[in-house]
Design a protein around this ligand. Structure first.
Ligand code: IMP
Length: 199
């Protein structure tokens, strides 16, 4: 059976991808299925560059079409930080949230957006990249324990609850990852049949 690899071992992300793939008949593997996959240095200057670096490496190593995402939080009052450094902003989710809230203390502008870039690669070459965003505000304190990362302090526009409080189905229908993925899905459906003979 054909398979496609998502270049992450993050279980939350894999679960989101599984739900997003919905009816598409393809076996989804992750880096958890390739435990010896070597660490890749994410030294790109944009979400798209970092996603491409990971997808290319995974497609070569796993000998299959691979997609990778790179995502993060851009906060207006912090000139777009933490941005591509969102995971490296502090050591744990709790510390990242605490640092963010302290940097925003006293600031009126709490506008922020999650950004997700997805790259699809095959045989070590990027086939296509996609980007999705979701706009919202940073709350004054964390609310809810759903999701992961900055979810408890991100309230998407049009909702009274944070991503940490909203049901997973709601987050998965409006998130940056869902939006980037929606554009990627059509491409995968079309291209997978073409790639199908080659792996
Ligand atoms: P990466 O895409 O694995 O490099 O992770 C980017 C960082 O952005 C993660 O450490 C998360 O903290 C944060 N992030 C990305 N997507 C989300 C999301 O959907 N919710 C909350 N935080 C996220």
């Amino acid at each position: 059976m054909s398979f496609i690899v998502v270049a992450t071992a993050n279980k939350h992300k894999v679960d989101e991808y599984k739900k997003l793939l919905g009816d598409i008949e393809v076996d989804l593997k992750s880096l958890a299925d390739f435990p010896n996959f070597p660490e890749v240095e994410e030294n790109g200057k944009s979400f798209k560059e970092n996603a491409s670096i990971k997808a290319v490496a995974a497609s070569k190593y796993c000998q299959a079409p691979a997609f990778a995402d790179d995502s993060g939080l851009e906060v207006e009052a912090l000139d777009g930080r933490p941005g591509i450094y969102s995971s490296r902003y502090a050591a744990t989710d709790g510390e990242r949230i605490a640092k963010l809230l302290s940097e925003l203390e006293g600031k009126e502008n709490r506008r922020a957006r999650f950004v997700c870039a997805i790259a699809i690669a095959f045989n070590g070459e990027v086939l296509e990249t996609f980007e999705g965003t979701v706009e919202g505000t940073i709350t004054l304190a964390p609310r809810g324990d759903g999701g992961f990362g900055y979810d408890p302090v991100f309230q998407p526009d049009g909702y009274d609850q944070t991503f940490g409080e909203l049901p997973a189905e709601v987050k998965n229908s409006i998130s940056h990852r869902a939006r980037a993925f929606a554009s990627a899905v059509e491409f995968v459906e079309d291209e997978l049949s073409l790639l199908g003979d080659t792996f």
